[in-house]
Ligand binder design. Structure first.
Ligand code: SAM
Length: 249
């Protein structure tokens, strides 16, 4: 029997998911940043700022931002380091060439230099063992087919003493908010996707993929199973998003 996995609310052959997710991001790459602002009413900026504040980057560290897409997290890490008088070594890694191209275009537009852009798969990184001080992944892990494989790769490429950070949409949200959040997610977001990115289906997938993602304690267990220590999580915006973190000790 063919092995299946979830692609939003659909069950699809496991081997097909990566290609289907690829189509989603190739389709939305050019409008991705505008859509983030529209969907979250700009709040994704606050989530990302808080995430990078928690990362608390130091200038002597090597950073790997996986599923880095159009560079939002890497740019924030770079800005934080600049304020602290350093440049660090920041690699933006993504499986999707169109998302990376959009990121490079934005970096050029903002006269950003010294970022390394890498097309690669989070599940099988073509990177040496123990080579980074910090691994971040924002709104990326739920799109990965084999999450345990990606977490185990995160552990492999981190140096001993290295830190893992993941920002992701999670469930459940505060019960009082759930009906509004659900109505907004399933009606407004796909509609905005249709209007702004000309692609309602991709945003329907994104909303469904949030619902299929493991609950916070279960995801924390997966991080522990990958070998991380001191795993913890905190939430923002009434539980809509969470930051999970852990150490490679
Ligand atoms: N981190 C960025 C942000 O917060 O704006 C982009 C997040 S975007 C929702 C998800 C990204 O995950 C896409 O750019 C997609 O190409 C990438 N992605 C999906 N599967 C991946 C994989 N297996 N390896 C690396 N990147 C992947």
């Amino acid at each position: 029997m063919t092995e299946t996995t979830s692609f939003g609310f659909q069950d699809v052959p496991t081997q097909d998911k990566q290609g289907m997710v690829g189509e989603v991001f190739s389709s939305v790459a050019a409008d991705y940043d505008r859509m983030n602002d529209a969907m979250s009413l700009g709040v994704h900026r606050l989530w990302k700022n808080t995430f990078v504040k928690q990362i608390n980057p130091r200038h002597d560290e090597a950073f790997l931002d996986v599923a880095g897409g159009t560079g939002d997290i890497a740019f924030r890490i770079q800005d934080k380091l600049a304020k602290r008088g350093g440049i660090g070594e920041i690699t933006v890694l993504d499986i999707n060439a169109e998302m990376l191209a959009e990121g490079r275009r934005r970096a050029e537009e903002q006269s950003r230099e010294d970022l390394i852009w890498l097309e690669d798969n989070a599940e099988a990184l073509e990177l040496p063992d123990s080579s980074f001080d910090c691994y971040s992944i924002a709104f990326g892990i739920r799109n990965v087919t084999n999450i345990p494989a990606a977490l185990s790769e995160a552990h492999r490429v981190l140096k001993r003493g290295g830190r893992f950070f993941c920002l992701e949409f999670t469930a459940p949200v505060l019960p009082a908010l759930e009906p509004i959040y659900k109505a907004y997610s399933f009606n407004v977001i796909p509609w905005l996707g249709g209007r702004i990115a000309g692609d309602r289906a991709s945003y329907q997938y994104l909303v469904e993929s949030i619902r299929k993602f493991p609950a916070k304690p279960a995801f924390a267990d997966l991080i522990r199973q990958a070998g991380f220590s001191n795993v913890r999580f905190n939430t923002m915006s009434a539980g809509i998003v969470a930051v999970h973190s852990g150490w490679k000790l």
